[in-house]
Design a protein around this ligand. Structure first.
Ligand code: FO1
Length: 312
């Protein structure tokens, strides 16, 4: 028995830690966005899976939210001297992970298997499952044309105004084989407070995946990434404005309508409690301390139990 959490990016990883700390390792599995993945300097890079892996392993750079702590940057410095691309910062220790994964993939190891081996080596006991072993690449549409996700997010620092998104390759992608394994006996699904457009939608765009989540018949609750009209982290609110939507928690709930059975609002948005098309729960969703992360995780699990008709 256990839970499945959909996550991507830095915001999602925060709740993931809370879930990992209050549940036994065999009670939680993470389904992770790979739309941010890209080939860079000849390496396959999976940022959201690495962010989660490092975070669960206690190795992450907490200030940046990505990459490893205790890093050195000799590779970047040497690459710069050679005139290489240094807009995407790769620390020396982080680089070893990308080299290792790329080597595995070149030997025919799937992304699911490679991620499982790397996570185990780093001491992570919770399953970290890519949404698909097939390539899906988020393209950000802007007034001046489509952009690769990392060019938008890192190189251009989310400055371009977005007009839409495309998940190239999604049509031919299959859910990771490990998804069905972890949906067996699952008692609830959580959508972490990740960017709905570029961290969650790519996962839901894999054919059959949304259907598999709904077919599980268990409550699916989402935690709002928007608090009081602002994104907790990253460009979510900016994107909503550019897409002509109000940057509100209610709009995010609307975005997930039809899929979710419950929506967790932050206390600042308590006025929306009971005013949305689905059951809501108010919780402290700004996660600064580990206790905040654990508290929000506990609220999500309790909300699921309530929706399951369990404890009040
Ligand atoms: N984000 C940045 O803003 N700048 C970087 O130089 C950067 C490097 C990087 C390296 C490895 C990695 O796993 C993530 C990295 N990220 C960087 C974050 C990454 O772009 C984002 O975490 C996701 O793609 C969006 O959530």
């Amino acid at each position: 028995m256990g839970y499945l959490a959909l996550t991507g990016g830095i915001g999602g990883a925060k709740l993931a830690v809370g879930l990992a700390r209050i549940l036994a390792a065999e009670e939680i599995a993470f389904l992770v966005n790979t739309g941010d993945d890209f080939e860079h300097l000849g390496l396959h890079i999976s940022p959201d899976m690495d962010t989660l892996t490092y975070t669960l392993a206690g190795l992450s750079n907490a200030e940046a939210g990505w990459g490893r702590k205790d890093e050195s940057w000799h590779f970047m410095a040497a690459l710069d001297e050679l005139g290489g691309e240094t807009w995407f910062r790769l620390g020396d220790r982080d680089l070893a992970l990308h080299v290792t994964r790329t080597g595995m993939l070149r030997q025919g190891v799937t992304l699911t298997q490679a991620t499982r081996r790397i996570a185990a080596t780093l001491g992570v006991r919770q399953p970290i499952i890519p949404m698909s072993d097939d390539p899906v690449r988020t393209q950000v549409h802007t007034a001046s044309g489509p952009m690769a996700f990392q060019h938008y997010f890192v190189r251009d620092r989310c400055q371009p105004a977005v007009t839409g998104f495309e998940f190239a390759g999604a049509g031919n992608a299959r859910p990771s084989p490990d998804l069905a394994v972890h949906l067996e006996g699952c008692e609830g699904i959580i959508i972490c407070p990740s960017n709905p457009f570029v961290s969650v939608d790519p996962i839901l765009a894999v054919p059959g995946l949304k259907e598999a989540l709904k077919a599980s018949g268990v409550p699916l609750v989402a935690v709002s990434p928007i608090v009081g009209g602002r994104a907790v982290k990253g460009p979510t609110a900016k994107m909503m404005g550019e897409l002509g939507m109000p940057a509100t928690a209610g709009q995010v709930a609307e975005h997930y309508a039809g899929l979710i059975d419950g929506f967790i609002l932050d206390e600042r948005d308590a006025a929306l409690d009971g005013a949305l098309a689905m059951p809501t729960r108010v919780a402290q969703s700004l996660m600064v301390t580990l206790e905040d992360r654990e508290g929000l995780a506990a609220q999500a699990l309790d909300f699921i139990r309530t929706l399951n008709g369990g404890s009040t």
